[in-house]
Design a protein around this ligand. Structure first.
Ligand code: F1P
Length: 326
């Protein structure tokens, strides 16, 4: 079995490891997360920085996400202000840009990583979540990192934390859609794919787009849900799969589904209710910003099975390496 598939299936386990890391952190440190936080990372880790920034903002703080390279070479273009904390995310903890970016602001430094690493050693505080992966691409570690930090964020801001066992079980429920996802990929040989999501689900759409490119070397795009109608939708035709990631759909989602179907495209809705789509994956109820966990395994499986269908090895995608050094 491919390591990638094994690792996607480990999502429930990753959540539990993340909970342990969070609990250990709060026992060991008196430190609580501040309100003004800049988040940074590269690739998937950058797409994880985005929901973390959004979660910070939702909870009443101010979160900003900036890719590491931008923080290093173009930060004057971003509203960085005077943050109380810089959080750098890197699965390996050895990505050159992430290590350098951690030193780019004159503030306290926090690392989220899977290993004791250069990044964690340079940080004042770190969450080391041992969701280790063999695969080049990041899968269950994405959800695990998010969970550990979200718990810390919630507890720092005086909010109730998530029940880890419950969330872990819910991700297990979502993983049961694996056979159905494989059937979709086998039954419809789509030529391109568009991922749509709003709020916290937009970074999930971006991560889905990246997973498709990394694992399946396949053309994919991602937009904030309704933004796609403004020109971008012209590329959708009978060869297109549109993946609509939605928490609770309303009439606009149904109209959007019909609009794409009218262009000949097929729609897969992933959400709590169907939108009249060609394919539907129901996700259990879990309030945002924690609902991200219910979508990530689905989009990872979709990219995995597309890679398999295309006869590729998703564990070792062409031209890519696990750690990007400069
Ligand atoms: C960052 C990253 C991954 C990507 C690829 C190359 O790694 O861009 O997101 O999947 O493997 O590296 P890291 O800094 O999180 O270790």
């Amino acid at each position: 079995m491919h390591a990638t598939l094994r690792e996607i299936r480990k999502t429930p386990e990753g959540i539990m490891k993340a909970q342990e890391t969070f609990e250990e952190f709060v026992t060991r440190h008196d430190f609580r997360l501040p309100r003004e936080v800049v988040y940074t990372g590269c690739g998937s880790s950058h797409f994880l920085a985005k929901p973390l920034a959004m979660a910070t903002t939702r909870l009443g703080g101010r979160g900003l996400s900036v890719p590491c390279s931008e923080l290093l070479y173009a930060k004057e273009n971003y509203p960085i202000g005077e943050p109380e904390l810089l959080v750098a995310i890197s699965r390996s903890g050895e990505t050159t840009e992430a290590i350098n970016a951690l030193e780019s602001l004159n503030t306290k430094r926090f690392a989220i990583t899977a290993y004791e690493s250069t990044l964690s050693r340079k940080a004042d505080y770190s969450l080391i979540v041992p969701a280790h992966e063999e695969s080049v691409v990041m899968t269950h570690s994405f959800s695990a990192f998010y969970f550990a930090y979200l718990q810390l964020l919630l507890s720092s801001f005086g909010e109730e934390t998530y029940d880890a066992v419950f969330v872990s079980e819910l991700t297990g429920e979502v993983l049961k859609s694996e056979d159905y996802i494989r059937e979709i990929v086998d039954g419809f040989d789509f030529r391109n794919v568009i991922f749509l999501g709003s709020g916290i689900l937009y970074p999930v759409a971006l991560e889905a787009m990246l997973k498709m490119k990394e694992m399946a070397i396949f053309w994919s795009e991602a937009y904030q849900t309704f933004e796609v109608r403004h020109g971008f939708k012209s590329i959708a035709d009978e060869g297109t799969l549109v993946v609509l990631l939605v928490e609770k759909p309303f009439d606009w989602h149904e109209k959007l589904t019909k609009e794409f179907q009218g262009q000949g495209a097929k729609v897969l809705t992933v959400g709590r209710e169907d939108t009249g789509a060609d394919y539907f994956i129901e996700v259990p109820r879990l309030s945002p910003p924690g609902n991200l966990f219910l979508y990530t395994p689905v989009i990872q499986l979709l990219a995995y099975y597309k890679a398999v269908k295309r006869g590729l090895n998703p564990d070792n995608p062409r031209f890519l390496s696990k750690v990007v050094k400069w």
